[in-house]
Design a protein around this ligand. Structure first.
Ligand SMILES: [Zn+2]
Ligand SMILES: [Zn+2]
Ligand SMILES: [Zn+2]
Length: 281
């Protein structure tokens, strides 16, 4: 194998268990470390080139970088690509600064708005001022060649944009393509047809934050829109692609065995698990 993608986290931004939560899923995960989930993160590894990359720098960055090192010791981290400015996707950058790793010129790929957000706001601006990271601007739909064997194409997606816009990514290996989309408000608002798009790639890791509408009592779902897993499963039933839901909220019934998982499997879709690996060559 020369090129692969490795899933290093499957949870929504806050992880599982979540701070301050006493729900059944969080209680179970506090009691059993095997049930804990790191925030959504994908590693790309080019074994032939001896390099690796992360999509997103999560609050679980320390553990994820270590896991990547264990899985691909000969492929040091060669860059990070960011999806957007919600905490689960970039807050791990704090580990690159002088209080920590003190990285030197690590390539950091981001949209124009995301790059401006980092450059204009402390503490992120210090990472740029001290050249811990080397900001590289991504252009919509324009592929970046990460290595001779790996291309990364950013696709803008609709997602609440308090600080910056949001990207999904298509990862192109020598033989297979993977679509990574941890956050989107709705599939309807996207400028592409979900089923058609997913049928055109080999692997799709999709926003599965919530399964049902009634999952978060006391919270206005209008403030935190995501597609419902039930709807995504209907749209993609039987599609010719390895589809896995990721970015699961602590409230999501898919976190435990039961009817939700059975319903997903019955439609031919799966659930992302930490450590899942896909060969791209
Ligand atoms: Zn998120
Ligand atoms: Zn909880
Ligand atoms: Zn988000």
């Amino acid at each position: 194998m020369r090129v692969e993608a490795i899933l290093l986290g499957t949870a929504q931004d806050a992880g599982v268990p979540q701070a301050g939560c006493d729900c059944a899923h969080c209680r179970a995960a506090w009691a059993d470390p095997a049930l804990r989930c790191w925030a959504a993160c994908l590693a790309l590894v080019d074994h032939a080139a001896g390099q690796s990359w992360l999509i997103d720098a999560t609050p679980d960055f320390r553990e994820q970088v270590h896991a990547l090192h264990e899985l691909a010791p000969a492929c040091p981290l060669s860059g990070i690509a960011l999806t957007h400015a919600h905490v689960g996707h970039y807050a791990g950058l704090i580990h690159l600064g002088r209080e920590a790793w003190n990285a030197q010129g690590l390539p950091l790929y981001a949209s124009a708005r995301m790059a401006a957000f980092l450059a204009d706001n402390a503490p992120w601006s210090q990472l740029i001022a001290l050249s811990n990271v080397d900001l590289r601007q991504l252009l919509p739909d324009r592929e970046v060649q990460l290595s001779p064997n790996l291309g990364l194409t950013p696709l803008p997606v609709p997602h609440r944009a308090e600080f910056a816009d949001t990207l999904a990514f298509v990862v192109r290996g020598p033989a297979r393509r993977l679509f990574y989309c941890p956050d989107i408000d709705t599939w309807q608002q996207w400028d592409r047809d979900l089923r058609e798009f997913v049928a055109g790639v080999d692997i799709a890791l999709l926003d599965g934050t919530f399964w049902r509408a009634d999952e978060l009592p006391g919270r206005d779902r209008g403030e935190i829109p995501h597609p419902l897993g039930t709807d995504t499963a209907e749209r993609l039933a039987g599609v010719d692609c390895d589809v896995r839901l990721i970015h699961l909220n602590h409230s999501n019934p898919l976190l435990a065995p039961g009817p939700a998982r059975d319903g997903l499997a019955a439609r031919g879709l799966g659930l992302g698990a930490r450590g899942d690996r896909w060969r791209l060559d």
